[in-house]
Design a protein around this ligand. Structure first.
Ligand SMILES: Cc1cc2nc3c(=O)[nH]c(=O)nc-3n(C[C@H](O)[C@H](O)[C@H](O)COP(=O)(O)O)c2cc1C
Length: 187
């Protein structure tokens, strides 16, 4: 595919104004998709209603809830690459992102009916305050499930996980992120 024609969707989910996951997300996009104008979703600025499990999407390719997800469904469908950043909350994704993911039930139902959406690639950018065993396991599992549902192949090699952010100042964490992104050797 012509690299300039890649449709990139970047989903940011930290509620913090100068978040590390958001900062690292931008670095990653600039590195791997330098000339692409991404569609961006800032979940903390766009309230999404929770899935009501009404089963409407089991019969149609629509959601019964009339909110901004209607726009986002279109962006998800059109994307070739989806990058998703988040801070780790209670060892999983933050609520803002979980609401977005649950509303992807529409795609799960579509898949069940063999109505496949365009194949894509999924990339994660995650930040966490502490450092413990398998700390990203739950979040990664949820993200893998989401990616599979929207027909995105999870690319772990491109994905970035930063732990121990509590141990550093915000400037130090940014330098750590710079180093991490520079180190990834996919170019
Ligand atoms: C509600 C809440 C829950 C958190 N839970 C965890 C956790 O389970 N594990 C962890 O390592 N850090 C946890 N943290 C710390 C954040 O993951 C950490 O500060 C992260 O670097 C923030 O990223 P951001 O700057 O992208 O928002 C939590 C922070 C908050 C506010």
């Amino acid at each position: 595919m012509d690299a300039l024609k890649i449709k990139l969707l970047s989903v940011y989910s930290s509620p913090r104004e100068n978040s590390l996951s958001g900062y690292t997300h931008k670095l990653l996009v600039n590195k791997y998709f330098p000339n692409i104008k991404a569609d961006e979703i800032f979940l903390s600025k766009s309230p999404i209603s929770p899935c009501s499990a009404c089963s409407f999407c089991s019969k149609t390719d629509q959601c019964s809830i009339d909110d901004i997800m209607k726009e986002y469904y279109k962006l998800i469908m059109e994307a070739d690459v989806i990058t998703v950043s988040f801070p780790l909350y209670f060892s999983t994704v933050p609520a803002q992102l979980k609401l977005f993911i649950d509303r992807a039930q529409l795609f799960w139902e579509m898949k069940k009916r063999n109505e496949f959406v365009k194949k894509k690639t999924g990339i994660i950018i995650a930040a966490a305050g502490n450092n413990y065993n398998d700390m990203f396991h739950c979040a990664e599992k949820t993200m893998r499930h989401f990616f599979k549902t929207v027909n995105a192949e999870y690319n772990k090699e491109y994905s970035v996980f930063i732990s121990s952010t509590d141990d550093y100042s915000s400037e130090e964490n940014k330098l750590r992120a710079d180093k991490l992104i520079k180190k990834t050797s996919l170019d």
